[in-house]
Each structure stands twice: as C-alpha cells, then as structure tokens.
Design a protein around this ligand. Structure first.
Ligand code: CA
Length: 226
C-alpha cells in the first residue's frame, strides 16, 4: 500500500527510470510529460506527492507549482537542472517541499521522497517489527525489550533490523555484510560475528533471551518460536 506519486517530466527516459524505481519500492505512479497535463493531474487530489521537473513544455514547472499551490498543499519535489541555484531558491519560495538536482542518484531521490511523505503521512512510515518481546521501530530507530529501551549503535541497529525484517530466514554472513555494511566493506567477514556478539550482550544476556540463533556453517536467524 505505497503512496501514489505523480511524475511530471518531459524527458521520457528519466520519467521511465523513476517510474520503474518507484515501482520497485512499492509506490504507485502516474506520468505526465508536459506542465499542463501535470497540473491537471496534480489538482485532482489523487496524489500523495508530486515530482516536478522545471523545464517543461506548455507550462513550466514553476508555473505549475504556483498554480497548484492555490488549491493544494501536496508535497512537491522539484527536479532542477545542475547548478541552477536560482531555480532552487525560487522553487522553495513558491512552496516546493524540496528539490533535487539532475542527474541524481535514485537512492537520493528515494530518501527525499520518504522524508517528504513522512511529514504528511506519518502513520505509513512508522513500521514496528517485533519478535520474542523485542520491538524495533524503523521510523524512530528505537529498540525495546518488553518495553525497556535498549541503546544500540547504528550498525547494531541495522543488523538487528535486517534480521528482524527477514524473520524466519537464515541469513548468510555474506548477505549481512552486503546489506548492512554495504559494498564498500573491506574488513573481515567475522565483523558479522562480532556484531552479533554485541547484540547478544545487549539483548540476550540482559533479558534472558535467545533472539539471534546461529545456524552452523550458514549464518544467523531470528525466529518467533524459541
Ligand atoms: Ca525537462
């Protein structure tokens, strides 16, 4: 049940690319290739967020935004050309939620979208995972065991998050390194074991749980049943 996003962008390759990537993230999308169509769609009230290019045929992005703001407070992220500082300034003045400079990394755009949506749809971002009395709030980045808060470092949190998100699945060290540490990781694969030990020290040892189980020769798993 992702948010509904309108993409107003006349460069079809960019529009198509953004559409695909947003689709992978679970968002529903609609495309418009000129300002006039974009404005009509945006005014329909069907969308939770609008991605709006500035240089558009028929009606410029700035003009679309200006007119849209008469009737709607939907979050708008402007897509600006490289280094057009004036665009950024006047975009934010005329009521854009944010702007991103083209060419952009898709991760950057996704992060901006999440931030903009969080402001208007707070309930959607607050995902609480739970298992064996442990709750992990991905929006607040907090962890508690039976209501008692547990302080984790960023890496410990990310590792626990990944395992809880994949509850019931045995995850290999390599997969954990790739997803929690990232591709830039250059250390030893026993980093995973070290961080699992940290987590056990802060959670299992303190609260008498066996949250993270070792599967010999394979990896780690968090299961509901102990
Ligand atoms: Ca354009």
């Amino acid at each position: 049940m992702g948010a509904n996003i309108l993409i107003v962008e006349d460069e079809e390759k960019i529009a198509r690319f953004v559409e695909l990537e947003l689709g992978y993230e679970g968002y529903a999308t609609t495309k418009a290739f000129d300002g006039r169509t974009g404005l009509e769609l945006a005014e329909s009230g069907r969308f939770d967020l609008v991605l709006l290019d500035i240089m558009l045929p028929k009606l410029s992005g700035m003009e679309v935004l200006r007119r849209l703001r008469r009737t709607s407070s939907v979050p708008v992220i402007m897509l600006t050309a490289r280094d057009s500082v004036m665009d950024k300034v006047s975009g934010l003045d005329s009521g854009a939620s944010d702007y991103i400079t083209k060419p952009f990394a898709i991760e950057e755009l996704l992060a901006r979208i999440r931030t903009a949506l969080r402001k208007t749809m707070p309930q959607q971002e607050s995902t609480v995972l739970s298992c064996c009395g442990v709750t992990l709030d991905t929006a607040r980045r907090t962890v508690a065991v039976n209501g008692t808060p547990v302080e984790l470092t960023k890496r410990e949190f990310d590792l626990l998050h990944y395992l809880m998100k994949n509850k019931g699945l045995v995850i290999s060290r390599e997969t954990l390194l790739e997803n929690v540490w990232g591709f830039d990781f250059t250390g030893e694969t026993n980093a995973v074991d070290v961080y699992v030990r940290y987590l056990r020290g802060k959670i299992d040892d303190v609260f008498g749980l066996k949250l993270i189980q070792t599967v010999r020769g394979v990896g780690y798993v968090i299961k509901d049943e102990q």
